[in-house]
Ligand binder design. Structure first.
Ligand SMILES: O=P(O)(O)OC[C@H]1O[C@H](OP(=O)(O)OP(=O)(O)O)[C@H](O)[C@@H]1O
Ligand SMILES: O=c1cc[nH]c(=O)[nH]1
Ligand SMILES: [Mg+2]
Length: 211
């Protein structure tokens, strides 16, 4: 395994990812699969959340029971548009999470990430952040998102995607070696247009039916 990259290879996630890759998968089905995978990925990414123990009473007896230790709810940051698909699934699992949005699109010729929107919770310095986007291709969007989030200084940052290219992982870790990547798969390479091969195509277009 590449340093600081965790491949979440749960069979349910792998099966659903294969369905998402299929050319014939409809927009409605693609969206639903991404939401389901978002939920399953969130389950794995939050595995190391610290717990504290609190005295509670069940109808039968008192006990010391585990509760999440963080004083402030975590923040999920979606890289629009396609990040919205994962975000929806995560919010089903962690409904009280705070949410931030970064609007980025890749310039089709230069593949540079262009920002068009930025809104995150004000007290983010006291919170852990999970940035989500299904695709890590050149890594330009993920790097730009982490650059921006580091400016507002959260307690910690993780990056979660569905598919990563080796080129994107290398670029991301060159810029942000301190930020762990979680992904469901690492594909083979990028084509001449910066698309992940074999990949699943354009995640935003497939999610919203824009092409
Ligand atoms: O690693 P990179 O080379 O930056 O590519 C990955 C980015 O490309 C896609 O977004 P896109 O720019 O297509 O915007 P969209 O979500 O609005 O379609 C994807 O959702 C990532 O944000
Ligand atoms: O393969 C890719 C690369 C970037 N963005 C996508 O949506 N898909
Ligand atoms: Mg797109």
């Amino acid at each position: 395994m590449t340093a600081n990259v965790t491949v979440i290879d749960h069979p349910l996630i792998q099966h659903k990812l294969t369905l998402m890759r299929l050319t014939e998968t409809s927009t409605a089905k693609f969206r639903n699969l991404l939401r389901e995978i978002g939920m399953l990925l969130a389950y794995e990414v939050t595995r190391d959340l610290p717990l504290r123990y609190e005295e509670i009473k069940t109808p039968i007896a008192p006990m010391l029971a585990p509760m999440l230790a963080a004083e402030k709810k975590m923040v999920i940051i979606s890289i629009m548009r396609a990040g919205q698909g994962i975000l929806d699934g995560i919010l089903e699992l962690i409904p009280s999470a705070r949410v931030g949005h970064i609007g980025l699109y890749r310039d089709p010729t230069t593949l540079v990430a262009i920002e068009y929107y930025f809104k995150v919770p004000q007290d983010i310095e006291q919170r852990d952040v999970l940035i989500v986007d299904p695709m890590l291709a050149t890594g330009n969007s993920a790097v730009a998102a982490v650059d921006r989030i580091k400016e507002v200084n959260p307690l910690s940052i993780k990056f979660l995607c569905l598919l990563a290219a080796p080129e994107g992982i290398a670029h991301f870790h060159e810029q942000h070696p301190d930020v762990p990547i979680y992904t469901a798969a690492i594909d083979d390479y990028l084509d001449e247009h910066g698309y992940i091969v074999p990949g699943l195509g354009d995640a935003g277009d497939r999610l919203y039916g824009t092409k």
